[in-house]
Design a protein around this ligand. Structure first.
Ligand code: ZN
Length: 289
C-alpha cells in the first residue's frame, strides 16, 4: 500500500509513491512506503529571520514543500527591514510554531536599541501593519504578532530567537566561543539542543566551545550526547557572505543546513522604492552581509 503525503501544505502528491513499494527518495531523504502514516516521518524545517522578504520566504517554502517536509518552525523576526511585512505574516499563519523576534516586538511596542536606519524601518513597518485599521485581516495580523511566544521547549529541544539566556535580544556570534563565561552560562540553561537565530549566521556551537560553519561540516550535523546550539541562519537577510536564504531541516537526529536561491534583485528594487527603507537594506541582500 503506497504512502501518500497529505498535510496542510497541500502536498498531496500520490504520484511520488504510486506503484512503488521500497523507499522513495524525496529531496535528500528516503520515505518508507510501507509506513502508513506521514506523521511517523519526523521532518521539520526550522527557519528564522524572514524580515519581510517575500521573495526569499516563497523560495524557501517551495523548497520545503518539494522536500516533503510536514512541520515548520520559525524562530522570529518575521518582519522588519523588508518591504512585505503583511504578506509575510500571513504566510506564517499555518506554521506549527512561530516565536517573537526583537523586530516583531519593536513593531508591536517601541523600538529599543535600534540604530537610526533600523528604527525608521520599524516605524515604516508599523505603518504597514496599521494600514486598513479595523479590517479583519489587519486585526488578525496584529493579534497574531501579539500572541507569539518568546520560547518553546520540547523534551531535549529548545527554540529561541536570540539565546537561552535572553530569548529575544541576546546575540550569540561565532566569536563568542572565546567568551567562556557567556557561553557557559548559556549552555547551563540548555537541556540538550537549542535552535536559535538573530545573528543571521548559520552554524553549530559545541559545548567545548567550537563553532562549526555549515561548509566545514558538509552542511550536516549529527545530534549526539553533547549539548549544542544550532543557529539556522536567515531566510530574508543572510549575513555570512552568501546571498542565498538559509534554513535547516531536522531529520530524526540529523541536521541539514540548506541554502536556497531567490530573486534578491526584485526585493532590493522594492526596498529602493520605499523612502523609509534605507538603500543599504537592499544592497546588503545582494552580498549576503
Ligand atoms: Zn533578525
Amino acid at each position: 500500500m503506497p504512502l501518500f503525503i497529505l498535510c496542510k501544505w497541500g502536498i498531496n502528491d500520490r504520484s511520488v509513491f504510486e506503484g512503488r513499494e521500497g523507499p522513495v527518495e524525496i529531496g535528500f531523504t528516503y520515505f518508507d512506503c510501507t509506513r502508513n502514516s506521514f506523521k511517523d516521518i519526523a521532518l521539520r524545517a526550522i527557519i528564522s529571520d524572514i524580515h519581510a522578504n517575500l521573495e526569499a520566504l516563497e523560495a524557501v517554502l517551495t523548497d520545503i514543500r518539494r522536500s516533503g517536509i510536514a512541520e515548520i518552525y520559525c524562530l522570529g523576526d518575521v518582519i522588519g527591514y523588508g518591504p512585505n511585512p503583511c504578506e509575510c505574516i500571513e504566510l506564517v499563519y499555518p506554521f506549527d510554531k512561530c516565536l517573537l523576534g526583537n523586530h516583531d516586538q519593536a513593531a508591536l511596542f517601541d523600538p529599543d536599541g535600534f540604530n537610526a536606519s533600523a528604527e525608521r524601518a520599524v516605524f515604516w513597518t508599523r505603518g504597514q501593519l496599521e494600514a486598513a485599521a479595523g479590517s479583519e485581516r489587519q486585526q488578525k495580523r496584529w493579534d497574531y504578532l501579539g500572541e507569539l511566544p518568546r520560547l518553546v521547549r520540547e523534551p531535549n529541544f529548545m527554540y529561541v530567537h536570540g539565546s537561552a539566556r535572553n530569548p529575544l535580544n541576546e546575540y550569540v556570534f561565532p566569536e563568542d566561543i572565546y567568551n567562556e563565561r557567556k557561553m557557559e552560562r548559556i549552555f547551563s540553561l540548555v537541556e540538550k539542543y537549542c535552535f536559535q537565530g538573530h545573528t543571521h549566521i548559520p552554524g553549530v556551537f559545541t559545548e567545548d566551545l567550537n563553532f562549526l560553519a555549515p561548509e566545514e561540516i558538509d552542511f550536516t550535523y549529527e545530534l549526539g550526547a553533547k549539548k549544542v546550539l544550532i543557529n539556522v541562519g536567515s531566510v530574508g537577510q543572510p549575513r555570512n557572505g552568501d546571498p542565498r536564504s538559509s534554513y535547516v531541516v531536522l531529520d530524526q537526529n540529523t541536521i541539514h543546513f540548506k541554502r536556497v536561491e531567490y530573486d534578491f534583485n526584485k526585493t532590493a528594487q522594492k526596498i529602493y522604492a520605499i523612502q523609509d527603507l534605507d538603500n543599504f537594506l537592499g544592497d546588503r541582500l545582494k552580498e549576503g552581509r
